[in-house]
Design a protein around this ligand. Structure first.
Ligand SMILES: C[S@@+](CC[C@H](N)C(=O)[O-])C[C@H]1O[C@@H](n2cnc3c(N)ncnc32)[C@H](O)[C@@H]1O
Length: 361
């Protein structure tokens, strides 16, 4: 029988593995927290209230959330999202341990009531090219449905501007920001016209709620100050956009959504199905195939690949000269469902932050 000590050992293992990943991903503060936390039973038992598979980041996000609400605590000085000239992470662990001791009940409550559902506006960089392909094939305005939408940032991808290749800036001059990246190959880019927008999530985030916004901003890594500021602007856009948000399991909502949505329809998901068990993914595919007997629709998937999972578990990724964070770590696929069948093609491979996309020309 598993003991309480076994449970803490498991969490300690997650902290050690995450320390390595955080360093490679360029977030040394959380790496420092992980290294200290792995040896600290108080921190491990608190983190154990967090989400399976994400216990370290869940705890650090909850800490970040409290600090964003009241940045007067000295721990804030280590967060680039809270200090103009943050202290080096070296001395941060004792401050984290103290903060967690002082706020244990609030942190436990956050771990039990909020989930890790990280999103960044920058992820839209990997969505634009496949959306252009689908819009060209399916027509416009495209009606969008996202499974696992978090706050719905990707559902407003058309409101941002992009600079991804030698086409220069694509998008409205009124866009709140320009998302820059490297798209190697790919279709001619444009901003497709969008019709309806529907988001499905286990825990939908209301961009008009101050607390829910703060939770989403707290999920940003502390070094990503610019990304956090862009996410805040994206939330302002979402708050002003007509989006139907459906809370619950995608598998429960999809049949109804498919029955109601107008043509042309594009369903998409990003960093979501990767976490589903195989039988849930198979059930979703079955639903799509069934619905496609009476209508045609498209699906875009942007999901981490198995090699990213291996790397996440601390094993070496596939061979590449690129730095780990720049390596291809996912797959972009486009599927067309019609007449009870599906045609699927892999159109590209993004790196971990969707900033470098190698297109499958
Ligand atoms: C990592 S976030 C990704 C958010 C967004 N798609 C993006 O790429 O930025 C994954 C989201 O999927 C949601 N999710 C996971 N399983 C789900 C399910 N079965 N049904 C609906 N949403 C789900 C989570 O709640 C979370 O908000």
């Amino acid at each position: 029988m598993a003991t309480a000590q076994d449970a803490l050992d498991m969490v300690a293992g997650a902290f050690r593995a995450s320390a390595h990943i955080y360093r490679e991903m360029g977030t040394p503060l959380y790496a420092e927290f992980c290294e200290g936390g792995a040896e600290d039973a108080d921190i491990l038992s608190l983190a154990d209230h967090g989400m399976e598979g994400a216990k370290p980041s869940h705890l650090f996000s909850a800490v970040h959330y409290l600090l964003l609400g009241d940045p007067s605590d000295p721990l804030s000085r280590y967060f680039a999202t809270l200090a103009d000239d943050p202290l080096p992470p070296g001395g941060a662990y004792p401050e984290l341990a103290r903060f967690c001791r002082e706020h244990r009940d609030e942190l436990r409550h956050l771990l039990q009531t909020r989930s890790v559902q990280t999103t960044y506006a920058e992820r839209c960089r990997a969505l634009l090219a496949p959306m252009c392909e689908v819009a060209r094939e399916a027509g416009e305005p495209l009606n969008l449905v996202e499974i696992g939408c978090s706050a719905g940032v990707l559902l407003v991808f058309d409101k941002f501007a992009y600079k991804l290749n030698d086409q220069g800036v694509i998008g409205s001059p009124d866009a709140p920001f320009v998302l820059e990246g490297e798209l190697h190959g790919g279709p001619e880019l444009f901003i497709p016209r969008i019709g309806t927008r529907t988001g499905i999530d286990l825990h939908t985030i209301d961009a008009r709620s101050e607390e829910e916004r703060r939770w989403l901003l707290s999920l940003c890594f502390p070094e990503l100050r610019d990304e956090q500021q862009r996410l805040a602007k994206a939330l302002d856009i979402i708050a002003d956009t007509d989006i139907t948000m459906l809370e619950g399991n995608g598998l429960e909502h999809v049949p109804d959504v498919l029955a109601r949505a107008e043509n042309p329809l594009c369903i998409f998901h990003s960093a979501c199905l990767f976490y589903w068990p195989a039988d849930a993914k198979a059930a979703l595919e079955e639903m799509f195939l069934k619905a496609s007997r009476s209508r045609q629709f498209w699906r875009i998937g942007i999901e981490p690949s198995d090699s990213f999972d291996e790397w996440h578990k601390g094993r070496p990724g596939h061979e590449s000269n690129r730095k780990p964070a720049n390596r291809q770590s996912g797959e972009i696929s486009i599927s067309r469902y019609a007449d009870g069948a599906v045609e699927r093609r892999v159109v590209g491979w993004p790196n971990a932050d969707y900033g470098i996309i190698d297109w499958n020309d």
